[in-house]
Design a protein around this ligand. Structure first.
Ligand code: ADP
Ligand code: MG
Length: 341
């Protein structure tokens, strides 16, 4: 075959392969967009584990009519405009790829209305083919519907798991987003039944109640509050006591500037801080928020954006280790006593 440029639809489908692995990946992209749009309330309706329908409705800023085709175009974003912006990006999105990807592998519609506009507008995209923008009914904000995910990508569809499993992934994802956006009302339903209703938290008690909603009702009684600032960084959240530890590392939430990340440096610092209070093979439970100057952390590492690179790794490591080690000090005093068993 001679060398030829790829058709745009195919380019988007290839890009979709990187980030849209399953229904939960779609939910992540859509809800992150709602968060970036300043939504105070986000409703997620799922049918058949997300394969039949994913609907995300928000009350955020909306999209102007003439930008609707751009919203679903690839490499088009309202969030950054220069390399400098990329270096200090604070929004969840910045790649301008998600809607183009999603709409290339599903039947997609976006309806939106900005404050002050007298009408809402809708754009539909079917497997990458864009239709004309039409007037629609919608309050201020945006609703995106994604139907028949992967209907045109049989290979991906084959890898989808049972409805229950896919929904569990969606629920987990939403919980992890909800932990970091305590002020946002988040609702989730599956096949018409309400499943989760996370009310906005206005103070620390309410925030802890929301954490309990995610980590279980026992967690608040088995956790210590962490809050520490130094060298332009701030670490806050809750660390589970050894009694809350688990045999799996499945309840560990670490956010960098509001983004859930998996990071080697972080994992190491946490493990060290817990080293002398936890038995071998046990894993701590925690919800921690690290905030630092966005310029100090590169989020453009992987398309899924769940990895970061810290510019000053050593500094971050030591800050985390010291703060957590200090917080766990009381526990350590107790743990040093000979066991009664
Ligand atoms: P990115 O989030 O990286 O900018 P997306 O493909 O996810 O790329 O979205 C493209 C653009 O569409 C965004 O930059 C934003 O301007 C607009 N957009 C998407 N979803 C929403 C929403 N729920 N509310 C307002 N604007 C949105
Ligand atoms: Mg986005």
């Amino acid at each position: 075959m001679p060398i030829r440029p790829l058709p745009p639809e195919l380019i988007n489908q290839i890009a979709a392969g990187e980030v849209i692995e399953r229904p939960a990946s779609v939910v992540k992209e859509l809800v992150e967009n709602s968060i970036d749009a300043g939504a105070r309330r986000i409703e997620v309706d799922i049918e058949q584990g997300g394969v039949r329908l994913i609907r995300v409705r928000d009350d955020g800023g909306g999209i102007p009519r003439d930008e609707l085709p751009l919203a679903v175009a690839s490499h088009a974003t309202s969030k950054i405009g220069s390399f400098d912006d990329l270096e200090r990006v604070s929004s969840m999105g910045f790649r301008g790829e998600a809607l183009a990807s999603v709409s290339s592998v599903a039947r997609f519609s976006l309806t939106s209305r900005q404050a002050g506009d007298d009408s809402a507008w809708r754009i539909e995209v079917d497997g990458g083919r864009m239709q004309d923008v039409r007037p629609a009914q919608h309050p201020q904000g945006t609703t995106i519907e994604v139907r028949d995910l992967f209907y045109n990508v049989p290979a991906r569809r084959k890898f989808l798991r049972a409805e229950r499993t896919e929904f569990a992934h969606i629920d987990d994802l939403l919980k992890s987003l909800a932990l970091a956006r305590e002020g946002v009302d988040i609702r989730l339903s599956h096949n018409g039944k309400p499943v989760r209703l996370l009310k906005p938290a206005r103070d620390e008690n309410a925030a802890l109640a929301r954490v309990a909603e995610v980590l279980g009702p026992e967690f608040p009684g088995q956790a210590l509050r962490v809050e520490h600032e130094a060298a332009g960084m701030r670490l806050s959240g809750w660390v589970g006591l050894p009694t809350a530890s688990r045999s799996q590392a499945d309840q560990q939430y670490f956010y960098v500037n509001g983004r859930l990340v998996r990071d080697r440096i972080v994992a190491h610092a946490v493990r060290q801080a817990y080293a002398d209070v936890l038995f071998h093979g046990r894993h701590p439970v925690f919800v921690l928020f690290l905030e630092l100057d966005p310029a100090g952390v590169d989020v453009n590492v992987h398309p899924a954006k769940n990895e970061v690179r810290f510019r000053e790794q050593r500094l971050i490591h030591d800050f985390l280790f010291r703060t957590l080690h200090e917080a766990l000090a009381q526990t350590r005093a107790g743990a040093a006593l000979p066991s009664a068993e």
